[in-house]
Design a protein around this ligand. Structure first.
Ligand code: COA
Length: 317
């Protein structure tokens, strides 16, 4: 598998930490020092599906292919405006794309899961070019009265297109630990046969627990992916971690004994965009010319489930 093109789209509205302190008991100092986040982009009156279609077209253009060349479309989404149909169907309808498509929900680690699925299709000759769209409308998911969660997230969309050339050196994923540290229950409906729905339908998070598990999972998965890639860790040019918290990134760098400057990040002005965070980061690095042909990239993701994964690949676009 090889990444042949990338695209990303962020909604237009920027929300600063100071804006949050207008309606929450919080401030820029607390948020910046605990998370590294300064601003995030949020959906207001835009159509999330139209933004997603734009991200796909940006990746198609970057790949120098035609939309019709895509024969499988996988969408990773924890939260989109639709429970059904699959968000990939909604975006396909806008684009006039008629290939097979389906959604996956592996929380913030969905990008790696989507890549693993794409890899299997490509390896078995069941697809030749796969579109992976990570579309995350996280601001629908959080409780905007809960200062311990809503300050962390932003909306965003990242897309990549992969083909069957050989540039992925390793890829691994798994369920790392129990899943009760990041939970959102779906609405219960009004079935007369069930007890009245009294659940909270916002994201509920055990922040410290997630923090600890994230560092353990990154360490475990990255070491495994690096070992299986047969690349010396010193030879890796860029480390791209799920953008959840700058302190998590710094702790991972320290325990892996890798200089922090190799850990690219955009969290200060994106916040946590769930599974879209790494593809958005890849697109930003790609478009700003920071990825050179032959560069070795290691990535690691983690999130609800508790799911996590990592991969080492060569930039060969
Ligand atoms: N502004 C001000 N104070 C806040 C606050 C905010 N936005 N959010 C929480 N606090 C308060 C808490 O109420 C607590 O107050 P108390 O001591 O009076 O009870 C205090 O700050 C410390 O809370 P604590 O949870 O210990 O802070 P922390 O240093 O662990 O940082 C997180 C909290 C959420 C930033 C951190 O745990 C984290 O980033 N965890 C990982 C979350 C994550 O990445 N989730 C997504 C994974 S995909």
């Amino acid at each position: 598998m090889r990444i042949i093109g990338t695209g990303s789209v962020l909604p237009e509205t920027t929300v600063t930490n100071d804006m949050l302190s207008q309606f929450l008991e919080t401030d820029d100092e607390w948020i910046s020092s605990r998370t590294g986040i300064k601003t995030r982009q949020v959906v207001t009156n835009e159509s999330f599906e139209e933004l997603s279609a734009k991200a796909v077209m940006a990746a198609v253009e970057d790949s120098n292919i035609n939309l019709e060349d895509i024969d499988l479309f996988i969408c990773s989404s924890t939260m989109s405006p639709y429970l059904t149909p699959a968000f990939s169907c909604v975006v396909s309808e806008i684009l006039g794309l008629n290939c097979r498509c389906f959604d996956i929900n592996a929380g913030c680690s969905g990008f790696i899961s989507a890549l693993e699925i794409a890899n299997s299709y490509l390896k078995s000759d069941s697809a030749t070019r796969v579109l992976i769209l990570c579309a995350e409308n996280m601001t629908r998911m959080v409780d905007w009265t809960d200062r311990s969660t809503c300050v962390l997230f932003g909306d965003g969309i990242g897309a990549v297109i992969v083909d069957a050339e050989d540039s992925f050196l390793s890829i691994t994923s798994g369920r790392y630990d129990n899943g009760d540290s990041l939970v959102m229950k779906s609405p219960g409906g009004n079935s007369p046969f069930m007890p009245k729905d009294e659940d909270n339908h916002y994201l509920v998070m055990k922040g410290r627990d997630v923090f600890k598990k994230a560092i353990e999972a990154i360490n475990h998965d990255l070491k495994k992916a690096v070992f299986e890639s047969k690349v010396m860790i010193e030879k890796i040019n860029h480390f791209l971690l799920h953008q959840a918290n700058l302190r998590i990134i710094a702790s991972a760098a320290k325990s892996l004994k890798v200089p922090i400057k190799k850990f690219r990040n955009n969290i200060s002005n994106r916040g946590n965009t769930s599974s879209a965070s790494v593809p958005i980061l890849i697109d930003e690095l790609n478009k700003s010319g920071l990825l050179k042909q032959g560069d070795i990239i290691a990535m690691a993701v983690f999130g609800a489930g508790f799911l996590s994964g990592a991969s080492v690949f060569k930039w060969a676009k």
